[in-house]
Design a protein around this ligand. Structure first.
Ligand code: AHG
Ligand code: MN
Ligand code: MN
Length: 333
């Protein structure tokens, strides 16, 4: 079998790329390929809406609260509808965990073999200030028999069971970055052609990173190992960079080398980020790119979830930095 790490030339259209490497998927029936295409199409629609947000009165708060108790933005709701509709109509997905839906979304596609966990719009506090935002997703193969209603066991699988994960970054240009467990590839959207093209084949994170991304405003409520790690970064003159959109911070660190941290805080004693549709997806990508992801003590993808909206402390990025942060926890214990 051909390895997707030997990528097609830069400029290859996403559809062609997916088709070319379809036989690398374990089951290779074409369903996962179609699912990825559905996500990319919904991403294009969302991209169009985000670009016009300032003109279309779709910025600002919607007036409702999501399962995490956070205020929902109009675009949170809209993107949730776009992605869940695309995945439901596509037919390959039997269940969806979404940040913006308290309950699991049962698509009714009992013949669908996949489940998806998704953060439809990440960094939503940055919408109104025209700063990069994103979509994060992960895909699992169902455990129960095809043809039956999806079960909780299908939905709550550890990250190491992911068959695909990715994100769409709506930034200075829009990019789709994804993995199916054979390396990481990045595609840039060409709006006049309405197509994603391969622009970043075989992405790898620099082994030694010198950027740290953490909300230092919460410094006083961090655990001692996190404070020690920040001290280490300061002592070494590392650059602090924090956008406040996980996808954007992650993407920069993936390209330049660095670490993103959202630790436990007083306000969020379990961490703020959600295991199923933020941490696991980016953990799969970073490991495929040669980096690491941890909760400070455990590998993120080994954590067995017990509920759809569960949170985890998150340390993700270059190996040297994630290992250094973990060593601060080891020293403490
Ligand atoms: P979301 O918009 O999906 O709720 O995620 C926001 C997350 C993440 O994107 C970001 O890095 C983090 O929240 C920022 O939190 P702080 O403002 O507490 O730093
Ligand atoms: Mn998010
Ligand atoms: Mn979100």
């Amino acid at each position: 079998m051909e390895d997707s790490r030997i990528a097609l030339p830069i400029g290859t259209a996403l559809d062609r790329f997916i088709k070319k490497y379809q036989d690398q998927f374990k089951y290779a029936t074409g369903e996962l390929s179609q699912l990825l295409r559905d996500l990319a199409l919904a991403g294009k629609v969302v991209n169009r809406e985000i670009n016009k947000a300032g003109l279309m009165n779709i910025g600002g708060a919607y007036g409702s609260i999501n399962p995490q108790g956070e205020e929902q933005q109009k675009l949170d709701i809209l993107t949730n509808i776009r992605f869940s509709r695309a995945l439901t109509k596509g037919g390959e997905v039997c269940g969806i965990i979404s940040e913006e839906s308290e309950e699991i979304i049962y698509t009714g596609n009992h013949d669908g073999n996949y489940v998806v966990a998704i953060d439809p719009l990440d960094g939503s506090s940055n919408i109104d200030v025209n700063v990069s935002i994103g979509t994060i997703f992960s895909v699992y193969r169902r455990k129960s028999k095809t043809g039956m209603p999806v079960t909780m066991e299908d939905m709550l699988q550890p990250g190491k069971e992911q068959v695909a994960a990715g994100y769409i970054l709506y930034g200075s240009s829009t990019m789709l970055v994804y993995t199916t467990g054979h390396g990481v590839n990045g595609f840039t959207y060409e709006p006049s052609l309405g197509e994603f093209f391969l622009s970043h084949p075989n992405m790898t994170i620099p082994e030694v990173g010198k950027i740290y991304s953490i909300n230092e405003g919460s410094y006083n409520s961090f655990e001692q190992p996190v404070k020690d790690f920040i001290e280490h970064c300061r002592d070494n003159n590392y650059s602090g960079r924090y956008i406040g959109s996980l996808v954007a911070d992650f993407h920069r660190n993936l390209l330049k080398g660095g670490i993103y941290i959202y630790p436990k805080t007083e306000k969020s004693p379990e961490g703020k980020l959600r295991l199923m549709y933020e941490c696991n997806c980016l953990a799969f990508i970073i490991e495929q790119a040669g980096g690491a992801a941890s909760d400070g003590v455990n590998r993120i993808m080994d954590i067995v979830p017990t509920e759809p909206h569960q949170k985890a402390p998150f340390f993700v990025g270059s190996k040297n930095l994630v290992e250094k942060a973990e060593s601060m926890y080891n020293q403490q214990s």
